[in-house]
Design a protein around this ligand. Structure first.
Ligand code: SIN
Length: 357
C-alpha cells in the first residue's frame, strides 16, 4: 500500500510537495534577509502567492510532507518523499510533480530521486522538478516565487521538448536533479554552480541529448529503503595531518560503509592505508571520491584501489553516500530473493552516469 495520502483529486493536476527550506523561510526583518528561519511558510501559501501567474489551464494540488531546514534532512524523510513521488507517478491524475526543498541538501535528494524514481518517471513520461530558494519568502527580491513558477510551468509543459525524468530548476536555469548542488553559501545561483545547463523555458538540444544518454543508461530504479532500514554510511575527508584513528575508530563500530572524500584525484593520506585494509576485511564497504568539488574519480588512479573499494566517478561525497546506501540496501534485498548481486554491482551502475552540463 502506498504511503502517499494525496489520492483524492481526480482531475488532471500538478502536485507540489513541500519539504521546507529557505523557499519557505521567514526573515525576522526584511532588511536582514540572512537572519531567518527556514521552513516556516506552508506550501499552500507558497502556491497561493503565485496563483495569479499560473496559466489558467494548470490545476495545482499541494501537500506538505515536511517543513524543515534541509540541513536536518533525515533518511526516513527521504523514504517518505520517494514513496510520495512514486505514488504520484502511478496516479493518472498527476501530470507532473514539483518538490520545494531546502538547498543545503538538495544535492542528496536529487540523486536519491534519480536513482529510485528516475527510470519510472521517464517511462510514464512525467517530470519531477526540484526547486528551492536562496532568499527567505519575505525578503525583498525573494527568488522563491519565480523558481516555483518556473518549476510548475516546466512540470506542466507537454513532453515533446523534454522527456519525463527527475530535474531541477533554480535561478532561471534547469538541470538534471542529480547534477544540482549548492556550491556557494549565499549567491542566488548557488545551486547551479556545479552544472549550469539550460533555461527552463528553452531546453538546449545538446543538453537534452545528454539527458537522454543518462536515461538510457539508467534502466532500473533501486528500491527505496524502508524508513528505519537505511544502511549506516559515513563520509571521511582526507586532509593534511590526517590520522589513522579517523578510520580505525569506525572499524569496531556497526558502520556499513565509508565514503572517502580524498584529495586531488581521490587519493587519501598514507596514514589511512592500514586501517582501511582492516575496514575492508571487516566487510565495511569503501567508496572513493574527491574533495575538489568537481571532476571524476577514476578506478585505480592515482594508484591501484584497495581490494573491493570503488571509485565514485562524478559523484560528490554527499551523492556517493546516498548511492552507497541505496546499493547496500539493494544488495540486502537481492540476497533475500536469492540473487547473487553485491553492492559493488549496484554502485558500479551509478558511478558511470555522466554529469550533464
Ligand atoms: C535549507 O536548506 O533548508 C536552508 C537553506 C536553503 O534552503 O537555502
Amino acid at each position: 500500500m502506498s504511503s502517499n495520502p494525496i489520492q483524492s483529486e481526480k482531475s488532471p493536476h500538478i502536485l507540489v510537495l513541500g519539504m521546507g527550506g529557505t523557499i519557505a523561510g521567514l526573515a525576522n526583518s526584511p532588511d536582514k534577509p540572512l537572519e531567518y528561519a527556514a521552513g516556516q511558510v506552508g506550501v499552500d501559501s507558497l502556491v497561493s502567492h503565485i496563483a495569479s501567474a499560473i496559466p489558467k489551464n494548470v490545476k495545482l494540488v499541494s501537500h506538505q510532507l515536511a517543513n524543515i531546514n534541509s540541513r536536518n534532512l533525515s533518511e526516513s524523510l527521504l523514504s517518505l518523499l520517494g514513496e510520495a513521488v512514486r505514488a504520484a507517478l502511478e496516479n493518472p491524475a498527476v501530470l507532473g510533480i514539483v518538490v520545494t526543498h531546502g538547498t543545503d541538501t538538495i544535492e542528496e535528494t536529487g540523486v536519491f530521486l534519480q536513482l529510485t524514481c528516475g527510470q519510472h518517471a521517464n517511462q510514464v513520461g512525467k517530470r519531477v522538478i526540484l526547486t528551492g530558494a536562496m532568499l527567505p519568502s519575505n525578503a525583498p527580491g525573494a527568488d522563491g516565487p519565480s523558481n516555483l513558477l518556473d518549476a510548475i510551468k516546466w512540470a506542466a509543459t507537454p513532453l515533446d521538448n523534454c522527456p519525463g525524468g527527475i530535474y531541477a530548476v533554480m535561478d532561471g536555469r534547469a538541470c538534471m536533479a542529480m547534477d544540482l548542488a549548492k556550491r556557494h553559501p549565499t549567491a542566488l545561483n548557488a545551486s547551479l554552480q556545479a552544472a549550469p545547463s539550460s533555461s527552463a523555458g528553452l531546453i538546449n538540444p545538446s543538453w537534452l541529448s545528454g539527458v537522454k544518454a543518462v536515461q538510457s543508461a539508467w534502466t532500473e530504479d533501486l528500491p527505496i529503503p524502508r524508513q528505519t532500514e537505511w544502511p549506516w554510511v559515513e563520509i571521511l575527508t582526507s586532509h593534511a595531518g590526517a590520522r589513522p584513528e579517523t578510520v580505525s575508530l569506525w572499524v569496531e563500530s556497526p558502520v556499513q560503509g565509508l565514503v572517502l572524500a580524498g584529495s586531488g584525484m581521490g587519493g587519501f593520506h598514507d596514514a589511512w592505508q592500514a586501517p582501511l585494509v582492516q575496514a575492508a576485511s571487516k566487510g565495511i564497504a569503501l567508496v572513493r571520491t574527491t574533495r575538489t568539488g568537481s571532476g571524476s574519480t577514476l578506478p585505480n588512479i592515482p594508484e591501484k584501489d584497495l581490494a573491493g573499494c570503488l571509485a565514485a566517478g562524478a559523484l560528490s561525497a554527499p551523492r556517493a553516500r546516498i548511492a552507497l546506501q541505496l546499493a547496500l540496501n539493494a544488495e540486502k534485498l537481492a540476497k533475500i530473493v536469492g540473487k547473487p548481486l553485491t553492492w559493488q554491482d549496484f554502485f558500479a551502475r551509478i558511478a558511470v552516469l555522466p554529469v550533464i552540463r
